[in-house]
Structure formats: structure tokens, C-alpha cells
Ligand binder design. Structure first.
Ligand code: PRP
Length: 210
């Protein structure tokens, strides 16, 4: 059995459809209910739904052989896993955002609110800009509005959250998408199985992103 950690939610459903199309279907997963683990002996897969930001933890520690995680999580937490394929789904951008007319005074330390402290730190280090990181866990857009920070570093997908809160993208840091990842030991032991799966999934992902 290949243990596969899928990110719970809308992205996970899209990703599961890709696995199913690649020949790794598991009809039980589509039945309504709150079960978290599903297996299909005939295709040799066991899926489990995991909080998206936890997928890389399951894979890194070997509780899952493979999984699907956002590039944002991989960059932020740098888990020791193999990144096997870009699935070209879950696309968004990691951005600096704030009030459209924000003036960045270089003589002042920039206050940056974010869930992605390491990505933010690395981005500003590359600009030799002194910053004060304010680590938050959600609703990051509130921070500049309430004067908690000058800017935010956050994921922008449709841009609706920024727009509806009168904020704007000030700089783009990097594009993000979902990645197929593997546990290093699993990859060594089940190399052929994982490579076959990767090849099939990659073909489906590339078809979506010609
Ligand atoms: C993410 C992100 C933004 C929003 C961007 O938040 O942190 O707030 O989505 O999406 P949009 O550009 O399509 O509006 P999430 O929904 O994960 O909730 P959070 O506030 O708990 O981080």
C-alpha cells in the first residue's frame, strides 16, 4: 500500500481527481461522511485527508509515502522531502501587500505581518532591508488596517481579500503551486511504484498546463 496524504479542502479534491485519472482511483473517498482514511486494495493506495499545512510533516516523518503540499509550505518549513512534480494547480502568488500609497521609509524598520516568517525574512534579507516580523496565524490583512504592521507578506489568489479591504499588491515575491512530494526512505524502497505514479500524475498535470 502506498500511503498518500492529500490536503483537505477544495485543492485536495482537485488533486484527488488527478490521482484518480492517473489510475489510482478510490471510489470510497467520494462517499459523504467524515472518514479521514480510504483505501483501494486493487490500486494499492491508501489516502488520508490532512490539514494542508501538515502534509509535509506526515511525508517527512514517513507516516505518508507521498503527498501534495503547496510550494509556500515547502519554502517556509523546508521539510526534508523530495519534490517530484509541479501539479500546476493551487496556483497563487506570495506577495507583499499594503495600502496602495504606502511609502517605505528606508530609515525606519519595516513592520511585516505574516504567516510566512521565513519567506518574508529571506525576501527582505535579499534586499538588505531591516524588518520586524509580526507572526500571525490568519486574517493577515487586518494587520496594516489596524496599524499592527506596515505591510503583510501573504498568499494572493484571486486578490478579492485585498481588494475588499482596500489593500493592494506592492510587490510579488514568487509564484506558488501544489507539488507532489515523497518521503526520502519511501522513495528509495518503493522507487518504481513512486516513479510510475509520478510519471502518470505529471502527464495529467502537464495536460492541464500545456
Ligand atoms: C488566504 C490568504 C489570504 C486569502 C487570499 O487566507 O492568507 O487571506 O487566502 O485569497 P484571495 O486572493 O483569493 O482573496 P485563508 O483563506 O487561507 O485564511 P486565513 O486568513 O486564515 O489565512
Amino acid at each position: 500500500m502506498l500511503n498518500i496524504a492529500l490536503p483537505k479542502g477544495r485543492l485536495g479534491e482537485v488533486v484527488f481527481d488527478m490521482f484518480a485519472a492517473a489510475g489510482y482511483d478510490c471510489p470510497a473517498i467520494r462517499e459523504p461522511g467524515r472518514k479521514l482514511i480510504f483505501e483501494n486494495e486493487s490500486t494499492g493506495v491508501r489516502y488520508f485527508w490532512v490539514k494542508p499545512s501538515d502534509v509535509s510533516i506526515y511525508v517527512e516523518r514517513g507516516a505518508a509515502d507521498i503527498g501534495v503540499a503547496g510550494k509556500d509550505i515547502l519554502l517556509e518549513y523546508a521539510p526534508q522531502v523530495y519534490e517530484l512534480a509541479d501539479l500546476h494547480v493551487g496556483k497563487c502568488r506570495m506577495c507583499v501587500a499594503g495600502f496602495r500609497d504606502f511609502y517605505d521609509d528606508p530609515d525606519r524598520t519595516l513592520r511585516v505581518a505574516t504567516k510566512f516568517s521565513n519567506i518574508a525574512r529571506q525576501y527582505y534579507a535579499g534586499k538588505s532591508r531591516l524588518i520586524d516580523i509580526i507572526h500571525l496565524n490568519g486574517s493577515i490583512e487586518l494587520a496594516p488596517i489596524l496599524g499592527l504592521s506596515d505591510v503583510i507578506v501573504d498568499i494572493v489568489e484571486t486578490g478579492t481579500t485585498l481588494k475588499e479591504n482596500n489593500l493592494a499588491v506592492l510587490a510579488e515575491i514568487l509564484p506558488i503551486s501544489a507539488r507532489l512530494i515523497a518521503n526520502k526512505a519511501s522513495y528509495a524502497f518503493a522507487c518504481e511504484q513512486i516513479e510510475t505514479l509520478t510519471r502518470r500524475i505529471r502527464a495529467i498535470a502537464d495536460r492541464r498546463n500545456p
